[in-house]
Write a new protein. Sequence first.
Length: 87
Amino acid sequence: MKKDSFAENDRRSRRRKLIYVKSVSEIPDFRSDDEIAAWYQTHSTVLIQDQLEAVPARVGGKLRERVSSRRPATSGASKRRHPARSA
């Protein structure tokens, strides 16, 4: 038996089971990002994914700087379509 297996099993048993949301109306209005994070730790919207609206992500401040510093320079080669995806 592995040394860490008891700790791993203990951690799994303490993990809460997810509540599966069955309707968009079950998603509350949130007042903060912390409230959103806490709710999604215990809830899953996987059953209603097709009913949810896609919203563009907005990134600003230090995160924007970090992401843009990792992004390679744009060239014509990077914009080419993947051969399998050509229409």
